[in-house]
Design a binder for this molecule. Structure first.
Ligand code: MN
Length: 365
């Protein structure tokens, strides 16, 4: 048996023993030192025992804790290289913030999945009392553009607005809505979100063909598929959906725009966002080039709800307060759509304007 150097003999850590707090170390010390995480001070030639210096014990404990947090080994390496305790703490905090964000995204997906699966169950036994919608849709060229690239559509089950861009923008916004229209005829029971996602994929290939002829062509899309008690919402770009419920207006889509991202990061104020020179720059659109990842969500409808789908031609010139007042005023969806388009034009009408308004009502009312 070889003799360990004096200091190791005074306080060796035999890595085959399981100590409280050092379970991970006992499980995989060879793996740790193969990654350069924890090279033993001394390895016994005969027994293969690995001896760690007492000062390595601190690091070994840290490694064990980080493993318990679920941190991958490669990331642990980064944390160990941080140097000071303060920097190590920062690294752990950063890792945890990322993990929580990732967790939140997974939680949302799980909620959608549970909701979708329960909906399928619930739809089986008896037809639930369903609600009806009354709707109106219009798109307007505005006062400064020579073409109208916005498309608005409303039907029994589908509500949609799309704001086209580039040389083929008109055709692109029309094409995505055409791709969704088959959903009107064969409304799938209990799989609204899947049906919506499939339709958006179809829409993407339609735009890919248009963009092949006219590079730079693309479109936003905000659409709702209505089942009688639930709404599946799909969203890409800076067209928006709002819900007016019990006198309050909720924006239920999140813009995929540079300005929205700057706002989210707290780099600009809402006031600065309103006049930002890059406010029309999008982070995502259906453009046939990149894989589009639309936001999808399910919403329960209530009698009395009023939905607005609109393009940025409305929201950049008409404030949320005025939109709330206009939607709250008595009248049919047709009147609300007309009034909103008039307001945008009165404010200069710098862009095309698309609006869809739909009221959720008790059947027969
Ligand atoms: Mn626009």
């Amino acid at each position: 048996m070889a003799t360990a150097p004096e200091e190791e003999r005074r306080g060796p850590v035999d890595d085959r023993s399981v100590r409280p707090g050092l379970a991970a170390l006992a499980q995989g010390p060879a793996l740790y030192d193969s990654l350069g995480l924890l090279a033993p001070a001394y390895v016994d030639e005969v027994s293969g025992y690995r001896f760690y210096r007492p000062d390595q014990l601190e690091q070994a404990r840290l490694v064990a804790w980080l493993r318990r947090l679920g941190m991958p080994l490669a990331r642990i390496q980064v944390v160990l290289a941080a140097g000071t305790t303060a920097r190590t703490a920062e690294q752990v905090a950063a890792y945890w913030a990322e993990t929580e964000a990732e967790f939140a995204a997974r939680r949302d997906l799980a909620a959608h999945l549970i909701s979708y699966l329960s909906e399928e169950e619930a739809a089986m036994p008896a037809a639930q009392p369903t609600l009806a919608i009354r709707y109106a849709a219009r798109s307007d060229i505005g006062r400064h553009r020579d073409r109208n690239q916005d498309t608005a559509y409303a039907g029994q089950h589908l509500l949609a607005v799309a704001d086209g861009m580039g040389a083929g923008g008109e055709a692109a916004s029309a094409a995505v809505i055409e791709a969704l229209k088959p959903l009107e005829g064969t409304l799938p029971a209990g799989s609204l979100l899947n049906a919506m996602e499939d339709a958006v994929r179809e829409a993407g290939s339609a735009v890919r063909d248009l963009a092949a002829a006219d590079p730079g062509t693309g479109t936003t899309l905000t659409a709702m598929l209505w089942s009688g008690s639930q709404l599946a919402l799909v969203h890409v770009g800076d067209t928006r959906a709002y819900l007016l419920r019990a006198g309050e207006l909720f924006q239920i889509t999140h813009d995929h725009s540079v300005v929205q991202a700057l706002l989210d990061e707290g780099k600009i104020t809402p006031e600065e966002a309103e006049s930002h020179p890059q406010r029309s720059l999008l982070l995502q659109a259906i453009d046939g080039r990149s894989a589009t990842e639309p936001d999808v969500s399910l919403h329960d409808a209530q009698a009395g709800d009023r939905y607005l789908l609109c393009s940025d031609g409305l929201t950049t010139v008409v404030s949320t307060g005025i939109i709330l007042d206009t939607l709250s005023a008595p009248g049919e969806p047709e009147q609300a759509v007309g009034r909103l388009i008039d307001l945008a034009n009165e404010a200069g009408g710098p862009d095309n304007i698309a609006c869809v308004v739909a009221d959720v009502v008790e059947p027969g009312s």
